[in-house]
Unconditional design. Structure first.
Length: 116
């Protein structure tokens, strides 16, 4: 697991929720009262899984307010092997994870991610 995006430092009590929109790419908008809205842009998003706070594992919590690349995860490998499309809509995929306190965990398969 490797951290690929670190959010700016803030008092986690200032976290005010998140919204995910998806239309080929995905945008995870994270509302921080003192910083405004931080946006994570996931390019060519193929899969999104949200796990509610009380269902999150200790491994998920390790991605606390940062985006981690989980590398060749077993879940991502199963997804790629199960993709029977003759023409793929992606060049390569990474398994990204972010845990947002008081909300839960997002696991997202996409080509790349950036804080925009």
């Amino acid at each position: 697991m490797k951290t690929v995006v670190r959010l700016p430092q803030f008092d986690t009590g200032q976290y005010n929720g998140a919204t995910l929109t998806h239309n080929g790419d995905a945008i995870l908008a994270i509302d921080i009262i003192e910083l405004g809205c931080l946006r994570l842009h996931f390019v060519r998003c193929r899969y999104i899984q949200f796990t509610a706070l009380y269902n999150c594992s200790s491994d998920m919590v390790k991605s606390y307010f940062c985006v981690d690349d989980l590398g060749e995860s077993a879940d991502l490998s199963r997804y790629v092997l199960g993709d029977i499309a003759s023409k793929k809509a992606y060049k390569s995929l990474s398994h990204y994870r972010i845990f947002l306190d008081e909300t839960g965990c997002y696991d997202i398969y996409s080509e790349s991610v950036a804080l925009v």
